[in-house]
Ligand binder design. Structure first.
Ligand SMILES: Cc1cc2nc3c(=O)[nH]c(=O)nc-3n(C[C@H](O)[C@H](O)[C@H](O)COP(=O)(O)OP(=O)(O)OC[C@H]3O[C@@H](n4cnc5c(N)ncnc54)[C@H](O)[C@@H]3O)c2cc1C
Length: 241
């Protein structure tokens, strides 16, 4: 029996967080009333700060969104990490295929993932349509066969004593990895603005489905920690700040 696991999920789990809506408002108050800012930091009170937060986000007073932090554990295939790591305003630590053996976890598309470019496909607005069941099955079987082959070669190279870092080089982009990523609300909003598709947003982005899956999980956790800021950002059109 194959030792490979085929998955389609992207998972995002919170590790730790610092700050909240109160720290967004407190950072703004430093410029006019530092005593009130300190009081907010002491009480973490969110009563009466909604209007200020709406104003800050609408006016793109971005630095007030930087005095906080949230760390996520992300489990996703390499083709998602490759896009995620382009977001430079973040701190990353990733599982090492050089110091550790890779795990036999490979991504396959889930049923319902649109797989074919639409008629008149434009790279600037990439849109995809569903495959037939036959087309879907062919692709999944082909990806699985490729992964089985890649994995067998990896194992063979390791068993012949080659170093992890060279044995792994032809594993496909659909192998899973894991990372910790830490950033502040301002940078997360930039990430969400680019990696979620919202037709009503001021700027409409067309991200790859799998990074959007990750971004939606990030958004749900941010909304728990920063409900007022997230509501204000949504109302303002989900723009980069
Ligand atoms: C739909 C989509 C398609 C894409 N296609 C491609 C592609 O085909 N090829 C490709 O290479 N990339 C592509 N990208 C990646 C894209 O160009 C960005 O690298 C990525 O989205 C990270 O965005 P960012 O630079 O705003 O984020 P971050 O790196 O987190 O930066 C956040 C903000 O900090 C500021 N900043 C950071 N670094 C600098 C700097 N060096 N100079 C000035 N300001 C800085 C900017 O204001 C930036 O918006 C694509 C992204 C999306 C969303």
């Amino acid at each position: 029996m194959s030792e490979l696991t085929f998955l389609s999920d992207i998972s995002v789990t919170e590790i730790q967080s610092m700050g909240g809506d109160w720290s967004v408002a407190a950072a703004a108050k430093v410029s006019i009333n530092p005593g009130e800012a300190l009081e907010l930091a002491r009480t973490e009170e969110t009563e009466g700060i909604k209007g200020l937060i709406n104003y800050l986000i609408k006016q793109r007073h971005g630095s007030c969104l930087e005095h906080n932090s949230i760390t996520f554990y992300v489990h996703a295939p390499l083709f998602v990490f490759r896009e995620w790591h382009r977001h430079r305003i973040a701190s990353y630590n990733e599982y090492s295929g050089r110091y550790s053996k890779m795990l036999p976890e490979f991504w396959v598309p889930p049923l319902g993932r649109n797989l074919l470019p639409v008629e008149g496909y434009k790279a600037a607005r990439p849109q995809f349509k569903a495959a037939t069941q036959e087309q879907f099955d062919w692709l999944v079987d082909d990806i699985k066969a490729g992964a089985e082959d890649d994995w067998a070669r990896y194992q063979e190279r390791l068993s012949r004593g080659y170093a992890n870092e060279v044995a792994r080089v032809s594993l496909g982009l659909n192998i899973y990895s894991k990372m910790w990523v830490t950033s502040n609300l301002r940078a997360w909003l930039n990430f969400l603005s680019l990696r979620t598709h919202e037709p009503e947003a001021l700027f409409v982005s067309y991200p790859m489905a799998e990074i959007e899956q990750g971004a939606r999980l990030v958004e749900a956790i941010l909304t728990e920690h920063f409900p007022l800021s997230m509501a204000a950002w949504n109302a303002a059109g989900r723009h980069s700040i």
